[in-house]
Design a protein around this ligand. Structure first.
Ligand SMILES: NC(=O)C1=CN([C@@H]2O[C@H](COP(=O)(O)OP(=O)(O)OC[C@H]3O[C@@H](n4cnc5c(N)ncnc54)[C@H](O)[C@@H]3O)[C@@H](O)[C@H]2O)C=CC1
Length: 475
């Protein structure tokens, strides 16, 4: 699940200034012009580096879709702290390779101290900008992991502009629901640099710092632009009423929601959910259906021991309750430009997006062979097998094989063992595209298994492991 929340931005007024906050000059590109517009970066009164009188390039946080006319702000005052050796980066440019090397070195050094780095980062952020604290979740535990996961993803792809840009655009769009505004990025950047300076002492140097400043400026630019573009056609979040809540096992519920306005998504994507019981704590769940004519959508939620949101959704939520949804994201979607078959591995609640993919193929009207391996620990845990078998009965191009780790297979076509192992023994599948959904460990070995049965890695789709690891351990 790719929407990670690195640095929930917070709408804030000016609480006072405690230093120079102008390193990260962020701009908003005007879609109708080549010249960048200022969205931040000034020194002085505002903690995010934005002079208060500057018009904001973004609309206010969504509360019903009100639109605000964008104005062209004056050019930013130049900061004494702005690196003078490098010109301001152009939007969406990739950092030079030398920068990528320096950034990777820093990440390698701080990775073992990730908890300390992120704790220090947030402590700095909240000490320097106390007004921000109330707008983060009460518990910052998963937030810390998410920041680091996002940083790792960005660092890993720092010299791969196509991947980095797509990832950051999703992140920027996803941050709208937190109320992130352009002027928050410089504050985050300053605190990030402070934390890196403190913990990356071996690899830190003026060159490294300049590389991070350039990279962060590029990162924030991409996120700001994506968020601003998204505002033109999409709300920051949706309210959705629970219209049905079906407990399938003690800890798994299938929940159907009706969003308050059309919710665009593709089969195979995921959404993020905030419940009324845990404000500002957002968790990602795959959408368990293709888009429906009545606008409803379904989620499969499993309560996990430390899972606040999932626990509340399974045990506390009832029809009539209203949650908030973030925008759909994810690229585990059907490629309708080919006729390749689909080989799908769905482990546990990972069957949810696989069911959506099957519905998508059915609705698209161009049947392709679809083979689903549906894995669970035991028969009892195959909570959606009946639905999958009904789909199989309706569609001759679909085959569903249950795979149980403990015990005997539940039906003649069923298999025993770990899901990826079960696929390994079933021949060559090189004419198929691969889809893998489930626990992170299963995705890792599932991708290996699909490569082993002949599917090239560029035709294997799954959601982000970084996000899945954080989801499966926290919620
Ligand atoms: N889009 C996605 O990738 C989605 C992922 N999920 C994730 O799926 C997980 C579901 O959890 P549960 O239902 O408790 O699944 P589970 O732990 O019961 O495992 C389900 C299946 O995966 C296999 N498996 C588990 N760990 C494995 C490993 N290390 N190596 C090989 N095979 C392994 C098991 O054999 C079983 O067939 C959660 O972590 C959730 O976050 C859920 C929905 C969508």
């Amino acid at each position: 699940m790719t929407t990670t929340s690195a640095d929930n931005g917070i709408p804030g007024s000016d609480p006072g200034n405690d230093g120079d906050w102008g390193w990260f000059s962020t701009t908003r590109r005007d879609p109708g012009s080549e010249s960048p517009r200022t969205a931040g970066g000034g020194r002085g009164g505002h903690p995010g580096g934005v002079p208060p009188q500057q018009p904001q390039p973004r609309q206010p946080p969504q509360d019903g879709g009100a639109q605000q006319v964008r104005q062209t702000p004056p050019p930013p005052p130049r900061s004494a702290f702005e690196p003078v050796t490098a010109p301001p980066p152009t939007a969406h440019s990739a950092p030079p390779t030398a920068d990528a090397t320096l950034i990777r070195r820093t990440m390698e050094e701080i990775e073992p101290a990730a908890d300390a780095v992120t704790s220090y980062f947030y402590a700095m952020l909240f000490v320097r900008h106390p007004y921000l604290r109330d707008l983060f979740p009460a518990s910052m535990d998963s937030q810390r992991d998410r920041l680091f996961a996002a940083l790792l993803t960005a660092a890993r792809n720092v010299d791969n502009p196509a991947v980095l840009t797509e990832y950051l655009q999703g992140l920027g769009r996803g941050h709208r629901k937190y109320g992130t505004r352009p002027e928050h990025y410089p504050a985050v950047g300053e605190c990030l640099i402070s934390a890196l300076t403190r913990y990356a002492h071996h690899s830190w140097s003026p060159q490294t710092e300049a590389a991070w400043v350039r990279a962060y400026t590029t990162i924030s630019q991409i996120m700001i632009d994506a968020a601003a573009d998204d505002e033109a056609h999409s709300p920051a979040w949706w309210h959705a009423e629970i219209v049905s809540h079906e407990k399938r096992t003690d800890d798994i519920a299938v929940i159907t929601l009706r969003p308050d306005q059309p919710y665009p998504f593709l089969a195979g994507q995921y959404t993020s959910v905030e419940t009324p019981w845990w404000p500002r704590v957002w968790r990602s769940y795959s959408l368990a259906s293709a888009p429906r004519a009545d606008g409803t959508l379904s989620l499969h939620v499993k309560a996990v021991p430390a899972g606040w949101v999932s626990g509340a959704l399974v045990r506390r939520a009832r029809p009539g309750d209203v949650v908030r949804l973030g925008p759909a994201a994810g690229s585990m979607t059907v490629d309708h430009r080919t006729d390749n078959g689909l080989l799908c591995l769905g482990g546990g609640t990972g069957i949810a997006p696989i069911k959506a993919l099957v519905e998508d193929v059915a609705e698209h009207g161009r049947p392709r062979p679809v083979e689903v391996f549906y894995g669970a620990r035991s028969d009892h845990d195959l909570y959606d097998l009946e639905t999958m078998l009904k789909l199989e009965a309706r569609h001759p191009w679909l085959s569903v094989r249950p795979v149980v780790a403990d015990g005997c297979p539940v039906r003649a076509s069923g298999l025993a063992g770990q899901l990826p192992d079960a696929v390994r023994g079933t021949g060559r599948w090189s004419a198929y595209d691969g889809y893998v959904s489930g626990p992170p460990g299963m995705i890792r070995s599932g991708v290996d298994a699909l490569r082993g049965v002949g599917i090239p890695v560029n035709r294997i789709r799954h959601d982000s492991l970084d996000e899945l690891v954080s989801q499966s351990t926290q919620d």
